[in-house]
Design a protein around this ligand. Structure first.
Ligand code: ZN
Ligand code: ZN
Length: 110
């Protein structure tokens, strides 16, 4: 066995795949040569450990609260907690109301 000169796949820098490393690879049962220089390998490792990462734990099911529409009396659910003493509208009535009292600024924008 002898040292091998390899080229890093990531940064293109030449690096040495030493006999020691080759033996280590073989002992682990790896058949492939390393494709990255030691620096890039180390970088990759720290990236894998994940600074930031995208954890999706926050996107749970939306809360829904049962309401009785104060407009039409229909039962419905809303994604927010209804305030006591305040009129709550079902989805239909809410949409209707939204459409009927639109602010002026929205209507004249062509
Ligand atoms: Zn590299
Ligand atoms: Zn309604």
């Amino acid at each position: 066995m002898q040292d091998q000169q390899l080229t890093c796949k990531d940064c293109g820098a030449p690096f040495t795949f030493t006999v020691g490393e080759q033996e280590f690879y073989q002992s682990r049962g790896f058949t492939n040569q390393p494709t990255r220089c030691p620096q890039c390998r180390a970088k990759k490792k720290t990236e894998m450990r994940g600074g930031g990462g995208n954890d999706r734990h926050h996107s749970g099911p939306r809360p829904s609260f049962e309401i009785t529409c104060s407009e039409c009396g229909k039962m419905d659910t809303v994604p927010f907690e209804p305030r006591e003493g305040r009129p709550v509208l079902c989805r239909d009535c809410f949409q209707k109301q939204k459409q009927s009292d639109r602010p002026e600024s929205f209507s004249n924008r062509e």
